[in-house]
Design a protein around this ligand. Structure first.
Ligand code: FCB
Length: 453
C-alpha cells in the first residue's frame, strides 16, 4: 500500500503543550496559564509551565525529527509570545523564537505547517470577553497579520484555527477547558467569533498575494445512534449538527445549519451575534481543510434525563462507548472506519478540496522497560489501521495530501495533564530525556517507503 508521491507525512504538537518557558522571552499570560493554575481543573494539578521545555530543547528536537525522517512538522504559535497583551506592539523575541524553529525545520528539509491558534488565547483578551466578544475576532486578524508578515516567506502551510468546536464547547460551554465557562449561549457566540476570526485572518493573509496554502483544522467525528431507534437517530442528528455541521456549513456554504440554530432559538438562546456580511467572510475560499480524527460520536437520546456536564448534554444526547470497541488510555474507542467515512463525506457532501489529516493518534499507558525501550505496539497497530483507512478514502477519490501524527512528543494533555501519553517519542519529564518509542521507528520506515507493508 503506497501513498502518492509528495504525500506529506509528519507529526504535530501545540505551543502550550510542549514549549514550557511561560515566563521567558517576554511571553504574556494565556488562558491556559490561568486555568491550569486554578485548583481542581487539571488532573494532578499539572500545568504547562515546563511541559517538554521545547523552548530550550529546540535543536535537540529538530535533530530528532530529522533522524526520524519527518517530512513535515505541525506546530502552533503562542499568541501571547507575539502580543503579550493580545493587541498592540509585537514582541520581537517571540517572532525570533518561531523564526529559529522554522529555519531549523527548513535546514533539515522538514516542511513547517503553522497553526495560528491552538487554544492559548492571551489572558488580557479573555478579560475583555474572550471569544464571546467580537473584538477578539479582529484582534486575531491583527495578530495573524504580524505572524504572516514575519514568516510567510518560510512557511508554506498556514492553519488559522485548531478545532473551534473544542475551543468553544469545552472552553465556553462545558468549562472543562480554559477559560472554563459553562453556558451553551457562550459556546455559540464563541463559535461564531472563532469562525469570523478565521475569515478575517484569511482576508489578511490573502491580501499578501503569495502562493502559500491557507486552511483551517476541524475535529470531525461521524455521529451515529447507539441503537436502531428513531429517538436515537434524532439525537445523532443533533450531535452531528453541533459537532460537525455547525463548522462545515458556514465554512463551505456560508450558512449555519437551520436545525441547530432553531434548536437553540427555541431554548431562548440569543443568536444576534451574527451580523450582515459575516458569513461571506467565513466562507471565503480556503486552500485545504485540516481534519483531526480520533473517534466517532456514538450517542443515544437522553432528552428525558438530567445529564451531568458532558459533551452534548445540552442537546439531550448521551455519548455511549460501544461495548465491543477497543479503548485507548483516554477511554476513546478505536474506530478507523470513521476516518474513511469522514474523509469521503467532505468530498460528497461539501467539496472536493485538498485534505490533510492534521492530527490522529492514540494515548497508550507507555513506560520505559528495563531494556530501555518503549514498546507501544498498540500505537503501531492503531496508526497502521488509520493509515489504511485514509488510503481507502483516497481509493474512493478523496484528495488527501498528508498526515500528521499526534503527537511528535508526549506532552501536556490539557485537562489530563501529563497522565496521558500520545507521543511517538517518550518524554521522561523529570529529566527531559527523549526516548523514541517503537512507533517512532515504525513510522520512520513508513515514511521511508512512503507506504505500509
Ligand atoms: C486534540 C487536540 C490536541 C491533543 C489531541 C489529543 O483535540 O487538538 O491538542 O490534545 O486532541
Amino acid at each position: 500500500m503506497n501513498f502518492p508521491e509528495n504525500f506529506l507525512c509528519g507529526a504535530a504538537t501545540a505551543s502550550y503543550q510542549v514549549e514550557g518557558a511561560v515566563d521567558e522571552g517576554g511571553r504574556g499570560a494565556s488562558i491556559w496559564d490561568t486555568f491550569s493554575h486554578t485548583p481542581g481543573k487539571i488532573h494532578h494539578g499539572d500545568t504547562g509551565d515546563i511541559a517538554c521545555d521545547q523552548y530550550h530543547h529546540l535543536e535537540e528536537d529538530l535533530d530528532l525529527m530529522s533522524e526520524l525522517g519527518l517530512k513535515a512538522y505541525r506546530f502552533s504559535v503562542a499568541w501571547p509570545r507575539i502580543q503579550p497583551e493580545g493587541s498592540g506592539a509585537t514582541n520581537q523575541k517571540g517572532i525570533d523564537y518561531y523564526r529559529r524553529l522554522v529555519d531549523g525545520l527548513r535546514q533539515r528539509s522538514i516542511e513547517p505547517m503553522l497553526t495560528l491558534y491552538h487554544w492559548d488565547l492571551p489572558q488580557a483578551l479573555e478579560d475583555r470577553g474572550g471569544w464571546t466578544s467580537r473584538e477578539t475576532s479582529e484582534r486575531f486578524a491583527e495578530y495573524t497579520g504580524i505572524v504572516y508578515e514575519a514568516l510567510s516567506g518560510e512557511v508554506g502551510f498556514w492553519i488559522t484555527l485548531n478545532e473551534p468546536w473544542v475551543s468553544a464547547w469545552m472552553g465556553y460551554g462545558l468549562g472543562l477547558h480554559a477559560p472554563g465557562h459553562k453556558e451553551s449561549a457562550k459556546a455559540l457566540a464563541a463559535t461564531h467569533h472563532l469562525l469570523l476570526g478565521h475569515g478575517l485572518a484569511m482576508e489578511r493573509m490573502r491580501s499578501a498575494g503569495d502562493e502559500n496554502q491557507l486552511g483551517v483544522t476541524l475535529n470531525l467525528h461521524p455521529a451515529r445512534p447507539s441503537r436502531d431507534r428513531e429517538a436515537d437517530r434524532e439525537a445523532a442528528r443533533r450531535v452531528d449538527g453541533q459537532a460537525n455541521r455547525l463548522y462545515l456549513d458556514p465554512l463551505f456554504r456560508g450558512e449555519y445549519p437551520e436545525d441547530i440554530f432553531s434548536y437553540y432559538e427555541e431554548r431562548d438562546v440569543d443568536l444576534s451575534f451574527v451580523q450582515d456580511g459575516d458569513l461571506e467572510k467565513i466562507s471565503a475560499a480556503f486552500d485545504f481543510l485540516g481534519i483531526n480524527y480520533y473517534f466517532r460520536n456514538t450517542v443515544r437520546d437522553a432528552s428525558e434525563e438530567d445529564l451531568p456536564e458532558m459533551p452534548f448534554a445540552d442537546l439531550g444526547a448521551r455519548p455511549v462507548i460501544p461495548h465491543d470497541a477497543e479503548k485507548t488510555a483516554m477511554g476513546w474507542p478505536v474506530e478507523p472506519e470513521g476516518l474513511t467515512e469522514i474523509l469521503v463525506r467532505i468530498k460528497e457532501d461539501y467539496a472536493d478540496v485538498p485534505l490533510y489529516v492534521t492530527e490522529n493518534g492514540r494515548a497508550v499507558h507507555d513506560y520505559i522497560d528495563p531494556e530501555g525501550d518503549v514498546d507501544d505496539e498498540e500505537r503501531v497497530s492503531y496508526l497502521d489501521a488509520h493509515f489504511r483507512a485514509a488510503h481507502d478514502a483516497m481509493e474512493q477519490g478523496v484528495d488527501l495530501r498528508g498526515y500528521m501524527v499526534w503527537s511528535f512528543l508526549d506532552n501536556f494533555e490539557w485537562a489530563e495533564g501529563y497522565s496521558k501519553r500520545f507521543g511517538l517519542v517518550f518524554v521522561e519529564y523529570g529529566t527531559q530525556r527523549r526516548v523514541p518509542k517503537m512507533s517512532a521507528r515504525w513510522y520512520s520506515e513508513v515514511i521511508r517507503r512512503n507506504g505500509l507493508q
